[in-house]
Structures are given as structure tokens and as C-alpha cells.
Design a binder for this molecule. Structure first.
Ligand SMILES: Cc1cc2nc3c(=O)[nH]c(=O)nc-3n(C[C@H](O)[C@H](O)[C@H](O)COP(=O)(O)OP(=O)(O)OC[C@H]3O[C@@H](n4cnc5c(N)ncnc54)[C@H](O)[C@@H]3O)c2cc1C
Ligand code: FES
Length: 525
């Protein structure tokens, strides 16, 4: 494995293949700052950049390089065409909140464009149209009701069109969202990180934060024993590492998959989605069923098509290879001009119970801020976090503050039902304490594979490396004690409860856990 946090999975994403990651060195002393941002993905980097522009002393910390988390594994649709429907947002939060949601995501697209232009960042930023179409059997009536909600939210330039360009799909109705955008996320982060450093702010990579204590000033401790004292801290670790329970009970982790295929003739770049349907309707299960999100990108050999989807709750499926096969077939059926598969990878999104991210003061704290609950739109939510949190730190009013408040409660029946279902699902995962292991003996584990074994009353996460050597860890997640499961595609141990993930050697790559899996003796049988 690489250094901790270098890559949040064994498969290399298209972005990781086509751009290096920015890194500096670890923090080696105690230090003070106006603002300490923890996590150098889109949320942390944008927040650090916007805070540094206000002449604040800023420190940005990451336990890997810049962009080693989910921003290095995204598909980077930068959009106000959200994964969750505007009709649902109206139902959960009311019409005014749906309007503020549209306004803030539109502002985030503009903000990304402004940063790219003003800082001359070479990151393949493009304005593109986005097309939302129906899957077979999808309801035209529902899509038209959605269009009305989109218009009520203020996006009056979204229109119904007859067909989708570039795509071999028959859909009874299609919505076109103009002025969406896309970029190469790693190149964007690299460019902004360089500007941050040039402005005098400091970035420390390879530095893991293990605690964040609120107070008149915030005390942040690193694993290496150093202390950062800051007027404000922003926890931008994708899934908060400072909160044990409150926020994690209001969001749920979902694995999502992406493949990249070579394009064999020139195409006009655009974004595409089919409409997600809730599995509750079909299988009485929780969460979104597989749907698809699509874009084009370019490497030095020409255009590629990137298709994502096949989501499932983290740690709760063991058929990842088939999911890539299904994505490929879906892509070939609709984009007949694609050639070989060049890359495939997966990552994780955090689904907030009402579809809107949690951005603002950490519940109960004064000077600690969080950003999480990306709901599949983490690029714009991350940029919104930068704009909003910098205002909150400065004591300025921001009309989005209430919408994104991490302490907000949603009392609508469907949001409560989702909340109850997700938390019941978490509780059900504790059955792993009494089930058998996924294999009976270490002899069944092949090189490069892992499995959870039962050893007396304990569950042991056991990995056999490429040399045949075994590595064993307690399978108990150090967050709140669920039992981790092996992800054969990314070669990670995934916690099915709140989304902590650990590399094959037990090193944490995704919070909320802040510590590694505990090494134990290799079981004998
Ligand atoms: C396959 C896929 C497709 C997606 N497609 C889209 C899309 O098209 N559009 C969209 O808007 N969103 C999309 N998303 C979601 C979006 O990419 C993410 O929500 C977003 O990138 C998250 O950014 P972030 O800054 O919050 O977190 P991250 O990018 O994960 O950054 C968090 C950082 O925190 C660091 N960290 C964690 N713990 C610690 C610690 N204890 N100490 C120090 N550092 C720590 C990590 O190393 C990491 O670098 C997609 C996600 C996936 C996986
Ligand atoms: S992530 Fe919460 S118990 Fe593992």
C-alpha cells in the first residue's frame, strides 16, 4: 500500500492516472493560526483558499496528500442539477429552502469558474449542458412535476427537450440544464493548493489529526504529538472525525462505482443522468437504487467517457466486480462509440437524510465548523462550504446558514422514516457479532485477498499480501464497534455502519474512525 491516505482504494481513478497529487511534508512543531482546516479535498482546499484571501493566517492539514480522499475519486459534475430531486427538497424543507439550494449550487459553479479564471488554473474547466432522462418505464408525469419544482426553485432556464445528444437512448422526456460545469478535480486542487502556499498560508500533508477540542480557541492534536491552536477549526474530512454520534445518525454512507472508456470519435462534451428511483418503491429496501451519471473527459490520447452508478450501502454488498460489468454494459448500449475500458474505481458518498449537506458550526461548538453529507453533490457542496464557513468565521450573515445548519432537524414524515430506516439498518449490522466468519480458515484466503474469520468470540480481519504473508486485525471498527467487511475491489475493510474504511493493512482511510484497526495475532487455523 502507499502512504496512509495516498489513495482511498486500490484502484486508481482516471484523475489519479492523469495527474500527480500535491504534497508538502508533515507538521513537525506546535503552531498557531487564525483558521485550521483539516482535510484537503474540495471542501478543505476551497475553504482554506477563501479564508487565505481574507488575509487570515491559514493552516491546511491532511493525513495523505492533497486530493487523496473522495475528491480524487469523484466524477466532478459541477452542477445545480442535483442527485436528489427538487420536489423532494420542497417536501423535506419547503419551497424557500429548495430555492436557496438552487441558488447556492449555482453560486458554487460560478465560484469554481472564477477561481479557475482569476488564478489561471489549468484544470480542463468547461461549461457544459446537463441532460436528465428517464430510465425505461420512467414516469413523464413525475419528470414534468420535477420541472415545475425546478422552476419554482428559480432555475427558469431548465427546459424540456426532445432528445439527448450523443446518446443512444429513447426517453419519453428529457430535461436540459444549461451552464453546468466539469473539471479535472486533481488538477484543480493542485492549482488552488499552489496559490494557497504562494499566499503565505501553510499546508502540511502526511499529518493525521486525532482530536479537535472547541474552546475560546480550538486545540487540534496530531498523531505525532503536535498541537495546533486556532481561532477556528474546519473539519473537512468528508465524514467528521470530531463527532462520534450526532451527525453520523443523520447521514448514511453509500459506495458508488465508476468506469472510464476510450471514446473513438470526437464528441460534444455534456453531462447526463438518468432519474434515480428509490428502492423503497421496488424492493422495500433503504436508499437509492443504482442509477447512472455520465460525463466526458480528456487525457493525452483523446476523449474518454466516464460512467458512474451501481450504488449500495457501504460494506453491504460483495459483488463489486459484477457492478463494474453492469456499468460497462450500460455504457456500451447507450454510447456505441466507446472502445476499451481504461480505468475503473469506486468511492463513497454520504447521503444526508434530507438531501442537503451539513455545513456550519459543529453541533454544540462555537469555533469548530464541519462539512459533510455531500449527497452525491460534494463538489458544489464543498465549494458552498468554503463560501459559507468563511462568512461564519468572520461573523458575517449568510442567507444559506440556516439551510445547511448541521444542527437542523427535519420533521417531515418521509425524512423521519428515512432516518429511522437508516439507523435500524446500522443497528442490524451488530448481528455480525454472532454470525460465522466469511471463511473458516486462513488457508482459504488467497494472496491479495482478505476475509473476516471467527476466532472464539472474536472477529478477525485477515489479509494475505502478495508475498503470501498474513496480517490480522481486530475486525471491530474503532468508531462505534461495528464489524468491518472486506471490499475485494478496493482492497479495503469497510464498516457497514457509518462509512469508516481502512486499507488492507488496517490503516484508516475514511472517517469517522480516527485510529487504525488494532493488529492482533494471526489465527492459527
Ligand atoms: C465515484 C464518485 C463520483 C462522484 N461524483 C460526483 C459528482 O459528479 N459531482 C459531485 O458534486 N460530487 C460527486 N461525488 C461526491 C464528491 O466527489 C465528494 O463528496 C467530494 O469530493 C468530497 O470532498 P471532501 O473535501 O468533503 O472530502 P475528501 O475529498 O474525501 O477530502 C477529505 C480529506 O480529509 C483527509 N482526512 C480524513 N481524516 C483525516 C484526519 N484524521 N486527519 C487529517 N486528514 C484527514 C483525507 O485524507 C482527505 O484528503 C462523487 C463521489 C464518488 C466517490
Ligand atoms: S463507522 Fe461507525 S462503527 Fe464503524
Amino acid at each position: 500500500m502507499g502512504i496512509q491516505g495516498e489513495r482511498a482504494g486500490a484502484n486508481r481513478s482516471f484523475w489519479e492516472r492523469t495527474a500527480p497529487k500535491f504534497s508538502t511534508g508533515p507538521l513537525q512543531q506546535d503552531i498557531t493560526a487564525d483558521v485550521c482546516v483539516i482535510g484537503a479535498g474540495i471542501a478543505g482546499v476551497t475553504t482554506a483558499y477563501l479564508a487565505a484571501r481574507e488575509k487570515r493566517q491559514v493552516i491546511l492539514i491532511d493525513d495523505g496528500p492533497v486530493g487523496g480522499g473522495m475528491t480524487g475519486r469523484t466524477t466532478a459534475h459541477i452542477v445545480n442539477a442535483l442527485d436528489d430531486r427538487y420536489l423532494d427538497l420542497e417536501n423535506f424543507l419547503g419551497e424557500e429552502c429548495a430555492r436557496l439550494t438552487a441558488e447556492s449550487h449555482t453560486a458554487a459553479i460560478d465560484c469554481a469558474e472564477r477561481i479557475v479564471r482569476e488564478e489561471k488554473i489549468d484544470c480542463d474547466f468547461e461549461r457544459v449542458d446537463g441532460y436528465l432522462f428517464l430510465p425505461p418505464g420512467g414516469s413523464v408525469k413525475e419528470l414534468m412535476e420535477e420541472l415545475e419544482a425546478i422552476h419554482r426553485a428559480g432555475l427558469r432556464d431548465v427546459v424540456r427537450v426532445d432528445s439527448v445528444p450523443n446518446i443512444n437512448v429513447v426517453s419519453d422526456a428529457v430535461l436540459r440544464f444549461p451552464r453546468q460545469a466539469q473539471f479535472h478535480p486533481t488538477k484543480f486542487l493542485n492549482g488552488v493548493a499552489s496559490v494557497i502556499v504562494e499566499s503565505g498560508a501553510k499546508i502540511f500533508t502526511g499529518t493525521r489529526v486525532v482530536s479537535v477540542e472547541d474552546g475560546d480557541s480550538v486545540t487540534i492534536k496530531t498523531q505525532d504529538g503536535h498541537t495546533i491552536t486556532a481561532q477556528a477549526a474546519v473539519v473537512a474530512t468528508n465524514c467528521p472525525i470530531n463527532d462520534r454520534v450526532v451527525i453520523h445518525s443523520k447521514q448514511a454512507p453509500y459506495a458508488t462505482y465508476a468506469i472510464c472508456l476510450r471514446v473513438t470519435h470526437p464528441v460534444e462534451h455534456a453531462l447526463f443522468w438518468d432519474t434515480a428511483q428509490t428502492a423503497k418503491d421496488e424492493k422495500q429496501e433503504i436508499g437509492p437504487v443504482p442509477y447512472h451519471y455520465v460525463r466526458f473527459a480528456r487525457d493525452d490520447q483523446g476523449d474518454v467517457l466516464i460512467v458512474g452508478g451501481e450504488d449500495h450501502k457501504t460494506g453491504q454488498a460483495d459483488d463489486c466486480a459484477q457492478r463494474f460489468v453492469k456499468l460497462e454494459q450500460w455504457a456500451r448500449d447507450r454510447f456505441p462509440f466507446v472502445g476499451e475500458v481504461t480505468d475503473h474505481w469506486s468511492g463513497q458518498v454520504m447521503e444526508a437524510v434530507d438531501g442537503v449537506a451539513y455545513i456550519g458550526r459543529n453541533p454544540g461548538d462555537e469555533n469548530v465548523f464541519v462539512v459533510t453529507g455531500d449527497s452525491g453533490n460534494g463538489i458544489t457542496h464543498g465549494i458552498i462550504a468554503g463560501m459559507l464557513i468563511v462568512d461564519l468565521v468572520a461573523g458575517r450573515e449568510n442567507s444559506w446558514a440556516k439551510l445547511y445548519d448541521p444542527s437542523r432537524k427535519t420533521l417531515k414524515p418521509r425524512a423521519i422514516a428515512d432516518y429511522v430506516a437508516e439507523n435500524a439498518n446500522v443497528a442490524a449490522q451488530f448481528r455480525d457479532y454472532i454470525t460465522p466468519g466469511s471463511v473458516k480458515s486462513v488457508h482459504e484466503i488467497k494472496p491479495g485477498e482478505g476475509a473476516v474469520l471467527r476466532h472464539g468470540v472474536k472477529k478477525i480481519a485477515t489479509y494475505r499480501d502478495a508475498n503470501g504473508d498474513l496480517h490480522a486485525f481486530s475486525a471491530v471498527c474503532p468508531h462505534l464497534g461495528c464489524v468491518v467487511r472486506w471490499d475485494a475491489c478496493e482492497k479495503t475493510w469497510d464498516c457497514p455502519c457509518h462509512g469508516s474504511r481502512f486499507d488492507a493493512l488496517g490503516c484508516v482511510v475514511n472517517g469517522p474512525a480516527i485510529s487504525d484497526l488494532e493488529p492482533v495475532e494471526v489465527p492459527e487455523s
